[in-house]
Design a protein around this ligand. Structure first.
Ligand SMILES: [Zn+2]
Length: 270
């Protein structure tokens, strides 16, 4: 490589004009003269508009970022689809939950804390029980947690207690459906399971045992679970049975939603 002082020619500049950016100083760039015969003039090119070059680089960087962001959104969307989160709950977030009373603020901050410290809750296998009437925003906050952790790369699955029982016994009617063991394994492995609408009395002890299998499986594996129920503690205990109840019971995890209904809140989901 030529390390000698730049020649006068290499230091040459001239004023050039860009249609967009106007006049700029163009530098002469001497290309390497590989295999050139001595005496043959070196090839010189002139530098282009630096503002144009900067804009092109920025445009390319933005396009790349947009593409990466779209791919990320698509992965999240795919996970949400697999997570069983119904479309009408997809717009639920902590930001659009209206907390206009102390009880609602408590519910919101509990939910937010759970989502933001999810790795710690996953380590401990925490549970949350959202208890209260229909229309009080239990599902809204449970979905906000699920979507937050999905955005962080965790998995979540949402189903009503009834749907879980039906999934577990799907093989009874359809030999091609996943077996009870396969469903149980899936429900135990997912980072967060949200069991909605516990409170409808189970038809049989067998159904109650099946739900216990799911709750107990997650308890044993230290996997976090959120349940929503339209019941008092005592009624929940009676409905799901003492065994399941003892798996869900934990200090400070009972979150009361004991107001009447959304008031003046944009109604999302239920
Ligand atoms: Zn330019």
């Amino acid at each position: 490589m030529d390390v000698s002082e730049p020649t006068a020619e290499q230091l040459q500049t001239r004023t050039a004009n860009c249609k967009t950016h106007g006049d700029f100083e163009s530098r002469a760039i001497t290309l390497p003269t590989l295999g050139n015969k001595p005496g043959k003039p070196a090839k010189v090119i002139w530098s282009k508009c630096p503002a144009c070059a900067r804009e092109t680089a920025e445009r390319e960087a933005t396009a790349k970022r947009t593409e990466q962001e779209q791919a990320r959104q698509q992965r999240i969307e795919d996970r949400l689809n697999r997570a069983g989160i119904p479309k009408r709950f997809r717009e639920c977030s902590f930001e659009n939950y209206v907390a206009d009373s102390d009880a609602k603020r408590h519910a919101l901050s509990t939910a937010r804390e759970f989502a933001e410290n999810f790795p710690e809750h996953a380590r401990r296998g925490s549970t949350l029980v959202f208890a209260g009437n229909v229309g009080t925003g239990k599902v809204h906050l449970a979905m906000s947690i699920a979507q937050h952790i999905i955005g962080q790369g965790h998995s979540a699955f949402f189903a009503t207690a009834r749907e879980i029982v039906l999934m577990l016994r799907a093989r009874w009617d359809d030999r091609t459906a996943p077996s009870e063991l396969e469903v149980l394994r899936m429900l135990t492995k997912v980072s967060l399971l949200v069991i909605d609408e516990i409170g409808i009395q189970f038809n049989t002890d067998a159904e109650r045992d099946q739900l216990f299998g799911v709750i107990d499986g997650r308890y044993r594996e230290l996997m976090p679970t959120i349940v929503t129920a339209n019941l008092s503690r005592k009624a929940l205990q009676q409905t799901i049975g003492e065994r399941s109840y003892s798996r869900l019971r934990e200090e400070g995890n009972w979150v009361p939603f004991d107001w009447e209904d959304f008031r003046g809140q944009k109604r999302i989901g239920r």
